[in-house]
Design a protein around this ligand. Structure first.
Ligand code: SAM
Length: 266
């Protein structure tokens, strides 16, 4: 079980590994993050499987052309729909070898739904995702109309390709898989999962280096530490992201002690 940002409980349909593939011109960018740290360790333990697809492998000519000039003129190039369609068929075949559950195709694009922790949580509960990374001016609309189930944006800015966006999305959902984090509580207490931003963290060093750490964190009273952290999270969220605080209140995620603390700040 894991909490999503709205506070509702979600559970993976199966304990079978999540299967993720990426269709891209530079899949090595996604592969790099899929091979290190939490995502890499989770993959080694078969909590999730990853398969990159190099779009050029699905070109129709020996020069491996995957882009064409935009119909109607204008700057840049557009990824052609036929190689993308062939790559998608190959990715779907790989997913079908992993399990017999449905596969969704997600395009990374600035015009997509804004990605957030709640979407990450819902994606982590399904089985098969194909992420399609655009480049240049973007992707032929005929491919989008015929093959894409969902479109995601990582924010209101433009980056050069969808690979980094895919890596961000994949990282966010893999760390929510049961067992992916060393401490299973970590994803529950992180920013957004509680509806609030995270509290400030301090690293213990040596006695002299710990002098500036708030004394409550060194006192060993776990109830007091929990309260201090909760209050800090409330204060930070109120100061930096009042919209999140309002949402948390609306979703009933704050109790009387939280409200009392917030009232004391005003
Ligand atoms: N012409 C496009 C536009 O104005 O919306 C921008 C294309 S961008 C240079 C190339 C690719 O980067 C896109 O097809 C998309 O895959 C990816 N991309 C850029 N910004 C993104 C964002 N904010 N979220 C997700 N993907 C993004």
């Amino acid at each position: 079980m894991s909490d999503d940002a709205s506070g509702s409980k979600t559970e993976r349909a199966s304990q079978a590994p999540l299967c993720v593939s990426v269709i891209a011109l530079f899949p090595e960018i996604v592969e790099a993050n899929a091979s290190v740290g939490i995502t890499g360790r989770a993959r080694e333990r078969d909590l999730w499987r990853f398969r990159p697809f190099q779009l050029r492998d699905f070109a129709f000519d020996t020069r491996k052309t995957v882009d064409g000039r935009p119909a109607g003129g204008g700057p840049g190039m557009v990824l052609m729909h036929e190689p993308l369609a062939r790559a998608t068929a190959a990715a779907k075949a790989w997913h079908a070898e992993q399990n017999d559950l449905p596969t969704k195709v997600v395009l990374l694009s600035p015009d997509g739904a804004r990605f957030n922790q709640s979407i990450a949580s819902s994606y982590a509960n399904e089985m098969n995702w194909i992420f399609v990374a655009g480049r240049y001016e973007g992707i032929d609309q005929r491919y989008i109309d015929a093959h894409v189930d969902e479109t995601l944006s990582i924010g209101d800015y433009v980056i050069s390709g969808g690979e980094l966006a895919a890596a961000v999305v994949i990282d966010a959902l893999v760390r929510l898989l049961p067992g992916a984090l060393g401490d299973s509580q970590s994803s529950v207490t992180e920013s957004f999962s509680t509806g609030l931003l995270d509290w400030p963290q301090y690293a213990l060093t040596n006695a002299a280096g710990n002098a500036d750490i708030p004394p409550v964190l060194l006192g060993g009273n776990h109830a007091a530490i929990d309260r201090w952290r909760r209050d800090q999270a409330l204060e930070k969220t109120m100061t930096r992201r009042r919209d999140l605080l309002v949402q948390a209140q609306f979703n009933g995620l704050l109790d009387k002690k939280d409200e009392k603390f917030l009232a004391s700040l005003k």
